[in-house]
Each structure stands twice: as C-alpha cells, then as structure tokens.
Design a protein around this ligand. Structure first.
Ligand SMILES: NC(=O)c1ccc[n+]([C@@H]2O[C@H](COP(=O)([O-])OP(=O)(O)OC[C@H]3O[C@@H](n4cnc5c(N)ncnc54)[C@H](O)[C@@H]3O)[C@@H](O)[C@H]2O)c1
Ligand SMILES: [Zn+2]
Length: 364
C-alpha cells in the first residue's frame, strides 16, 4: 500500500488520496476496495500512455477488473468537447454501462476531460484520478472540478464531480520535463504562502533535493500541498468563499496568460509572476513585510520560475483586462494578498495607483 493516505472530507462523497513512491502495483487493490463495478476505461494521452499505461492496466487487471484503454491527443488544445465526445463514443461503442469506472491517467488535461466525461456519461459514472504531473498531483486531481475549454473561454464547460480515489505515484515525476515540473512547483509555493510557513521553508531548504527529484522530499511536499487543497475544498466545495485563497497569484497570472495568448508561459509560470505582483501590492499597502517579499521572490527565482512581466505587455492593457474580468465576475476586483508567509487575506480595496505602480515595476 502507498505509504500515506489523506482524506478529502465531503460527507458521503469523502474520498482518499493515496500517496507513495512504489509505482502503480497497489492501484488495483485500492480501487477494488472502493467499488464493486468491474469494467474500467483508462484514459490517457499519447505520451503518458507510452510511459505508464502498461503498469496501470496490469495492476487493475491483476485486481480482477476488465480494463480497456483509450488514448486522447496530448495538450491543452485538445481539451475540448470533441475529445470528450470521442470518449463517450468509445464508451457507448464498447457497451460500458453506468456500472463502469473511468480512470484518468495523466496531467491536468486528461484529468479534466476524463473527469468531465465521467461526470456526464449516462448522468455520471465514478472516476479515479491518477495524476502524473506535479500540477495534477497537487492541484487539479483534488477538488472535483472537471471540464473542457470553449473557443470563447478556458474551462467554460464543466461540472463538479468528485473522484472515488486519487492515486499518486511520486515516481511518475521522474519522466516529467523540467519546465512542467517548475510550473507545478509554483502551485506548491502558493500553498506555502497561503497556509503553511513550514512548507514554504521546506521548499527553501530542500530546494535542491526537490529539483533533483528526491522521492522522499517530493512526497512530503505533494502530501502537504494535497492536504491543504483538501482542507480548503472540504470547507468550501463549490467555491463560495474560502476556496478563493487558492487563487493567490492567479489574478495577475491570469491576465498575463490571456494577453500572451497562453503561448509564452505555462500556467504555473504566469502564477509565479502573479505571486510576485501580489506580494509587492501587499508590501506597498503596508500589509506584508519587505523581508518576506524578498524571501518569496528569491524562492520563486531559485526555482527557475519567472519573476518579471514581459515588457511588451503594457500596464494599461493589463489593467483594462482586469476591469473586464471583474465585469465578467460581476463583482469587485479582488486580490488574494499575503499578510505573512503562511497567511493571506482577500482584499478588494487595492488602490489603483498601487496596482499600476507594481505592474510597472515588474515590467522588464
Ligand atoms: N480541475 C482543476 O481543479 C484544475 C486545477 C488546475 C489546473 N487544471 C487544468 O490542468 C491543465 C494543466 O495540467 P498539466 O499542467 O498537468 O498539463 P498536461 O496534462 O497537458 O500535461 C503536461 C504535459 O506533460 C505530459 N506528461 C504528463 N505526465 C507526464 C510524465 N509523468 N512524464 C512525462 N510527461 C508527462 C503530458 O503528456 C503533457 O504533454 C489545464 O487544462 C488546467 O486548466 C485543472
Ligand atoms: Zn493554478
């Protein structure tokens, strides 16, 4: 059995997160304890399929499941209803009933699409998250948000659907490209800032071991990050309040992503810049000490993540974009700002001058 078990407490939809670094052999048995259904569809993308489908299918088959696999095209551009349709078609053509389980094996893209297909196929079948990127391990696989993109907006079509089980095999990170690792690490830093000074400090002191993919160190940060996400999700499943703190770094990050057409930065890289911006805003407002802001910027930079806004993004365009986002959410422009490393507040009265100065100061 994997060495650590967390629980996402959601009443009758409570589910475990199993975390270990012993590969996939324990997956089948863990799932068999959670369902009496026999048929399983494993969904993965081309790259993950080549790397990990075999041991995953073997583990499930050994545990007595009848397993089929479907490979979807790799990457965010394929996170569409078309791809989802291909999953429905496979399920229908192969007579998968309501008593089937979908296993999402891969990064956040596979998790979101396969989860959405499971949420909607025959009004909902159970699914399992087997995340293989750092981002998926610490963020997208926990919380039950599933969905696809629409040409007019990212993640605009979706459903809340909690998994039966999240199975995290840390050693899958060994094959992850460094840029993907760094992008996921930005979310780990985020968890440290919003909730856990010890996690933040661990990222500082163990930075080298983490980037050398030391399994024990990684397991610690993945477990701690998942525990934070799980606690926040349990307290606020449908994002009406507390869950907003998970958006630390995401307000400015999101603007940077949109204005660069999602082409220049990975999501986590844009969030890294957004965290620097949020920290500077808080510092300028006198609510976050300068030495802590320095620590934040130093950790982000040391982790190979960007800390500056590309010069070609004009401050005015960014502000305009934020005003539009605000209109869409029919509310105030809210920022999640650090009070200290380990604690944040949601703030809606950031003075426009402060925001403008900070964005200007970060353009290089
Ligand atoms: N549902 C949520 O709550 C939530 C939260 C955050 C992000 N997301 C979504 O997650 C998606 C991003 O996820 P992602 O960053 O994991 O992207 P991804 O799924 O596209 O994976 C990134 C790349 O890594 C490859 N890969 C995956 N695992 C690998 C491994 N172990 N070894 C080698 N290569 C591997 C994939 O094939 C892909 O090319 C976005 O669509 C985003 O909207 C969802
Ligand atoms: Zn994010």
């Amino acid at each position: 059995m994997p060495s650590e078990i967390l629980s996402v407490e959601l009443g009758e939809r409570t589910y475990p997160i199993l975390i270990g670094h012993e590969g996939f052999p324990a997956l089948g048995k863990a799932l068999a304890e959670r369902t009496r259904f026999e048929r399983i569809l494993v969904v993965s993308d081309g790259r993950v399929n080549k790397l990990y489908s075999e041991p995953v299918v073997a583990s499930l088959t050994d545990a007595g499941f009848l397993v089929e696999s479907l490979v979807i095209p790799e990457g965010e551009t394929f996170k569409t209803l078309d791809t989802c349709m291909s999953i429905y078609t496979f399920l229908l053509a192969n007579n998968f009933s309501r008593e089937s389980v979908v296993v999402a094996l891969g990064g956040g893209v596979v998790g979101d699409i396969a989860g959405f297909a499971a949420a909607t196929y025959m009004r909902g079948v159970p699914y399992v998250q087997v995340p293989t990127t750092l981002l998926a391990m610490v963020d997208s696989s926990v919380g039950g948000k599933t969905g696809v993109n629409h040409p007019l907006g990212k993640n605009m079509i979706g459903a809340f659907h909690q998994p039966l089980l999240v199975f995290i095999n840390i050693t899958a990170l060994d094959s992850l490209p460094p840029v993907e690792f760094r992008a996921g690490f930005a979310e780990v830093i985020k968890y440290g800032v919003i909730r856990d000074p010890a996690l933040f400090e661990f990222c500082e002191t163990q930075n080298e071991s983490l980037f050398a993919l030391d399994a024990v160190a990684l397991q610690h940060v993945v477990k701690t990050s998942c525990a934070i996400k799980a606690a926040v999700v349990s307290a606020d499943e449908r994002e009406s309040g507390l869950r907003a703190i998970l958006n630390f770094g995401h307000t400015v990050g999101h603007v940077i992503e949109t204005l660069t057409n999602y082409a220049l930065f990975k999501h986590g890289e844009a969030v890294a810049i957004g965290m620097v911006a949020a920290g500077r805003i808080a510092q300028k407002m006198g609510r976050f000490p300068a030495d802590q802001q320095q620590r934040l910027e130093a950790l982000i930079e040391r982790s190979g993540l960007p800390v500056r806004i590309p010069k070609r993004l004009e401050t005015e365009d960014m502000l305009e974009r934020m005003r539009k986002d605000k209109k869409v959410s029919r509310g105030q422009l809210r920022f999640v700002l650090p009070d200290a490393i380990g604690r944040v507040s949601v703030v809606s009265d950031v003075p426009p001058m402060v925001l403008r100065d900070v964005l200007d100061s970060l353009r290089q």
